[in-house]
Design a protein around this ligand. Structure first.
Ligand code: HEC
Length: 118
């Protein structure tokens, strides 16, 4: 009698577990295809790693302070952050700010591929 109860409990439980894990898989697929935006994804990277040099009023270099500036400069931004760190054109300058992570560089590339949504 007890054994039957246990089985009656285990079957729905295991169905539940299978459902949950497939739901989790769907979610990670969604994250991969995520639509990026300047406001939520790109701006925080620029604000952390490229200030104050590229942000007026202190910044004296090509400003990267807003969507239009970043959009217009995205090709040179990506080429600068992808350089080897010993290249003197590497951005952000070594010893001033930590280099972008691979994930941050990949995000910039993906944003460019998505046609730079605001
Ligand atoms: C410590 C100050 C400093 C920081 C931080 C910095 N830069 Fe720069 N950046 C410069 C200077 C100085 C130049 C001009 C010299 C040169 O071209 O290498 C420059 C030039 C550039 C240029 C070329 C602009 C042009 O007119 O051709 C790009 C693109 C650029 N930086 C992107 C970035 C990005 C992206 C970041 C952040 C990931 C960053 N920089 C962080 C100082 C900085």
């Amino acid at each position: 009698m007890k054994k039957i109860h246990l089985i009656a409990l285990i079957i729905p439980l295991s169905i539940l577990m299978v459902n949950c894990s497939s739901a989790r898989k769907d979610k990670s697929k969604y994250v991969e295809a995520k639509k990026l935006s300047y406001e939520t994804d790109v701006k925080p990277i620029i604000a952390t790693s490229c200030t104050p040099c590229h942000m007026p009023p202190q910044g004296r270099k090509e400003p990267l302070e807003n969507y239009i500036h970043v959009k217009e400069n995205i090709a040179s931004i990506i080429s600068r952050v992808k350089l080897p760190q010993e290249d003197r054109k590497f951005m952000p300058p070594v010893n001033k700010k930590p280099a972008l992570t691979d994930a941050q560089v990949a995000l910039l590339v993906q944003w460019q591929q998505q046609n730079m949504p605001q």
